[in-house]
Design a protein around this ligand. Structure first.
Ligand code: MN
Length: 191
């Protein structure tokens, strides 16, 4: 199948000042688009020619995995953000977060620590396992928790291309600011 870049569910300047329109123009318009173009160029004539994206992420490796997982991760990242204010976790998810980390603030502190300490390029994830148990994990490069049998709930992209235009080397500032954009309804619906 031919993959396409999904339309973002918000205006490209609506995440400012946390994420600038210029960052969206490069991160979504160039990097995300490039992964889509690359994957379309790679899968022709392979066993993945007619596979959906989840299947390719779970079963491929090498360049096909890298580009497929980067499409998946970016779709998930961009659709986990919203310019709407006042987004909060569902009671069910909040209770699970409190059981695991004591409080929402403490969860955020632990997540921030994980995101800040991904060495090089990668992703921080909130995931659940088959029993609904929550955890925070780090993935390098295009890593995706589904390859470990985990269910993704939220991710922060900590590749430099996600923040360098707006924050330069200050990754912790980008991470701290990003919480204001988290679409907790989307995250809660996945739990
Ligand atoms: Mn990215």
């Amino acid at each position: 199948m031919t993959f396409t870049l999904p339309e973002l569910p918000y205006a490209h300047n609506s995440l400012e000042p946390v994420i600038s329109e210029k960052t969206i123009s490069f991160h979504y318009g160039k990097h995300h688009q490039a992964y889509v173009n690359n994957l379309n160029g790679l899968i022709g004539g392979t066993e993945f020619e007619n596979s959906d994206l989840d299947t390719i992420v779970k079963k491929s490796d090498g360049p096909i995995f890298n580009n497929a997982a980067q499409i998946w991760n970016h779709n998930f990242y961009f659709f986990s953000l919203t310019p709407e204010k006042g987004s909060v976790p569902s009671d069910k998810l909040l209770n699970a977060i409190k059981t695991t980390w004591g409080s929402l603030d403490n969860f955020k502190a632990e997540f921030n620590k994980a995101a800040a300490t991904v060495f090089g390029s990668g992703w921080a994830w909130l995931v659940k396992d088959d029993d609904g148990k929550l955890s925070i994990i780090k993935e390098s490069n295009a890593g995706n928790p589904m390859t470990r049998g985990l269910i993704p709930l939220l991710t922060f992209d900590v590749w430099e291309h996600a923040y360098y235009i707006d924050y330069q080397n200050r990754r912790p500032d980008y991470i701290a600011a990003l919480w204001a954009l988290v679409n907790w309804k989307a995250v809660s619906d996945r739990y």
